[in-house]
Design a protein around this ligand. Structure first.
Ligand SMILES: Cc1cc2nc3c(=O)[nH]c(=O)nc-3n(C[C@H](O)[C@H](O)[C@H](O)COP(=O)(O)OP(=O)(O)OC[C@H]3O[C@@H](n4cnc5c(N)ncnc54)[C@H](O)[C@@H]3O)c2cc1C
Length: 491
């Protein structure tokens, strides 16, 4: 055999092995959640998007495509938005809807079907997933350990009558790799670092063997499809039976294109400052990716690969950023995966529970009601500004967000009240709320993933943060000015 031929075969073999390895890697992310048999005469595979609202860098979509190609049928993606989820409001609805036209265009270009359904009022049908599933071979969805996805992935598999797969497209190192709950970043970090080289790779892209054809959905279902364009979003939102008193974010627009625009901005003008300035809120050196990660408009994998490539090219060290994006974020997913009812103080480590109990009846010299906190009516101008940032933008800078939480602990009549207030505000106002990160970080204010500090009133051994500390370490006045005129600074 010619040397060239031999070389060609070797390359081919290596490529095949690499492809197999990538495919196996994909399988590691999959959990089958029922035993129902596939529908032999099904017309398509159905991917139900619940968390990862994007066409790229999406392992769930890749898995669904693989199943569709194996069965020789096309792929249909279904996304629904209901008026009935808790705290549905203009801000959250608008952000989600802003992602729809781009996703539709991306999937259509790829030969994949996309069906979006807006359930505007409770009188609208509530069975679109099941109706689309009636013609499907199987259903694939997102494995996402928070909000209503957890309940859906518990109840729907038993009712759908065909195989139901949940795929982790949220984490870089799959959640399935971890066998148990990790109690701190230092326990999960070595594992993530060991595994990372296997997972920090682009998602393999298969082309659909069969292109989508609209005729596969019966007319009485097709007629319920909602057409979303950029222009119609305000009127669609206005037509929904949701809370219209929560205004859209002043700066954050939803969608993959917007996520990528912000990512580019971060790479070019913030990443080089991140390690030094990420705890300086007025410097605005963080990536603002959390709303886009929460709604799945971009993947942490895409962000990490882009950050690594940019850092390599420009000789930057992105370690601090990747620690937050991967280690801290995936610690949160690990927690949410292994702790079934996480929104309670009961899940805290022993030392935190003890110290909270010991100080439960300490006098609270200053307390505020939920309404006073919500309106930002405290004696502390910095805290009021952080709350204002939440009300107008839908997130708070990470460093001051810790301060925000710690002061709610200090000013609430009980720890339980403090916990409730933080969740309530996040559930309604935060674009990145209702996330594994929400639960973990709110509980961090009560000692989760932290360690005991010096004993003091109210807090016991929980970490404390003071206004003097913030003034010493950060430019409080500049931040307060920014929040008062956000348009100029946050874009
Ligand atoms: C009380 C409190 C509540 C919080 N609520 C949320 C929330 O609802 N949703 C949310 O995504 N984050 C939350 N965080 C964590 C953190 O504040 C935000 O992730 C961060 O501020 C988002 O801004 P960014 O994208 O510019 O962050 P960057 O600093 O640019 O970080 C990039 C990404 O890394 C991840 N990350 C950063 N910090 C953390 C952290 N401490 N834990 C886990 N992942 C992190 C996020 O996905 C973030 O988008 C909360 C923190 C506290 C103290």
């Amino acid at each position: 055999m010619e040397k060239d031929q031999l070389y060609g075969q070797a390359v081919h073999l290596r490529h095949a092995c690499e492809t197999m390895a990538v495919m196996d890697a994909l399988e590691t992310r999959v959990r089958r959640l029922n035993d129902s048999p596939a529908r032999a005469d099904g017309h398509y595979v159905l991917y139900w998007i619940q968390a990862n609202r994007r066409a790229d860098s999406n392992h769930a979509l890749a898995w669904a495509l693989r199943l569709a190609n194996t069965a020789g049928v096309p792929l249909l993606v279904y996304e629904g938005l209901t008026c009935a989820y808790p705290n549905a409001n203009d801000r959250l609805h608008t952000f989600i809807l802003e992602g729809v036209p781009g996703l539709q265009a991306d999937l259509t270009r790829a030969g994949i079907g996309y069906f979006f359904y807006l359930r505007r009022t409770p009188a609208f049908r509530n069975d679109m997933l099941y109706r689309l599933a009636q013609r499907a071979i199987c259903v694939v969805t997102d494995d996402y350990p928070a909000f209503n996805v957890v309940d859906h992935n518990r109840s729907v598999p038993q009712r759908v009558g065909i195989p139901f797969y949940a795929v982790d497209a949220s984490c870089i190192v799959p959640m399935n790799i971890h066998e148990k709950r990790n109690w701190a970043a230092y326990t999960i970090r070595p594992k993530i670092h060991r595994e990372l080289q296997h997972w920090l790779k682009p998602v393999p892209v298969e082309k659909p063997a069969q292109l989508w054809n609209h005729a596969l959905i019966p007319q009485d279902v097709v007629k319920h499809r909602t057409n979303v364009t950029v222009e119609t979003i305000p009127e669609l939102v206005a037509s929904c039976a949701i809370n219209h008193s929560i205004a859209v974010s002043q700066s954050f627009r939803g969608g993959t294109a917007e996520a990528r625009r912000r990512l580019t901005l971060f790479l070019e003008s913030r990443l080089y400052r991140y390690a030094k300035e990420s705890n300086q809120p007025a410097q605005r050196s963080t990536s603002d990716m959390s709303p886009y990660l929460h709604f799945g408009h971009i993947s942490s994998l895409e962000i990490a690969l882009a950050v690594k490539a940019y850092a390599d090219e420009h000789q930057l060290l992105p370690d601090e950023y990747l620690e937050e994006l991967i280690v801290r974020r995936e610690l949160a997913f690990n927690f949410a995966r292994f702790v079934p009812n996480p929104k309670t103080l009961d899940v805290l480590p022993e030392w935190a529970l003890k110290t909270i109990a010991k100080h439960a009846s300490d006098p609270r010299p200053v307390t505020y009601t939920y309404e006073q906190l919500l309106r930002g009516e405290t004696y502390d101008d910095l805290w009021n500004a952080t709350q204002q940032e939440m009300l107008t933008e839908g997130k708070i800078h990470g460093y001051y967000r810790m301060y925000w939480g710690k002061k709610i602990v200090e000013w609430s009549p009980t720890m339980e009240d403090a916990l409730k207030t933080m969740f309530r505000i996040h559930d309604i106002y935060a674009l990145d709320g209702r996330d594994p990160n929400t639960v973990t970080n709110i509980l961090w204010c009560f000692g989760l993933h932290d360690r005991p500090w010096f004993e003091r009133p109210i807090f016991g051994q929980l970490r404390y943060m003071s206004l003097d500390g913030m003034k010493r370490k950060t430019d409080v006045a500049a931040y307060i000015r920014q929040v008062a005129s956000p348009q100029a600074n946050l874009l």
